[in-house]
Design a binder for this molecule. Sequence first.
Ligand code: DQA
Length: 150
Amino acid sequence: MSSPLADILVINGPNLNMIGTREPEIYGHTTFADIEKASREEAASLGVSLDWMQSNHEGEIVTRIQSAVTHNRALVINAAAYTHTSIALRDALGLFSGPKIEIHISNIHRRETFRHRSMIIDMCDGTVAGFGAMSYQLGIRAAAHLLSSQ
Ligand code: DQA
């Protein structure tokens, strides 16, 4: 579980724990552990604290977003495949009033048509997609920027 009141919670949806070996031609060779490490370094360099979670279960992510309402100030979310399907995640994001950044490793708009639609895009302040593992760092920067201008 999270430490109390971390500034930013990074949420990772299904199959992202397999990044590094999963379809490397699309997602690259950087491992999920390396992405977490780089994200924590980015947050530290910006002077913000970070919580990190990954789940393959939709309900678990919903519950974590609910708890973020009182534990976190901003969300950076790679909802993975749930991006394209989940009204439950969309509704959970509606509970959270702080900055929310949608991120994707790949450029979802260059891929299959079913990936072009995001159920959460209009619940978020902005989207970062297509920069590989760096999308995480860019998303964290965007969230920290929005927090500092609040
Ligand atoms: C993804 C893109 C989604 O379409 C896909 O289902 C993922 C990863 C990305 O980071 O590029 O699992 O969110």
